[in-house]
Design a binder for this molecule. Structure first.
Ligand SMILES: [Zn+2]
Length: 93
């Protein structure tokens, strides 16, 4: 599979995961897991969207406004999930 095809598939799975989180959380989590494994097994760099949304601790999607809060504090982006303690910090200054 070419890299472009893989990235298209990953985008599709990510969109599916975000769209269906409310009615089927398990499907959403499986889609994210599948996208992640697809990247790892084919040596493709993991897209930024996927890296931000998938939690490295629990594997669930942390979607801003639904399952996580995003705050800008002291030059950092804080990604605060509602149902797990894994806080992500990204510097932007
Ligand atoms: Zn988590």
């Amino acid at each position: 599979m070419s890299r472009q095809l893989i990235l298209t598939e990953v985008e599709r799975l990510l969109a599916l995961s975000v769209r269906h989180y409310a009615d089927d959380p398990e499907l959403a989590q499986n889609a994210l897991e599948h996208a992640w494994r697809l990247c790892v097994h084919t040596d493709t760099p993991i897209p930024k969207n996927l890296r931000l949304i998938r939690c490295t601790k629990c594997g669930k999607p942390h979607i801003p406004g639904r399952t996580a809060k995003v705050r800008l504090i002291k030059g950092k982006i804080l990604w605060l999930p509602n149902n797990c303690e894994h806080i992500k910090q990204i510097r932007y200054k």
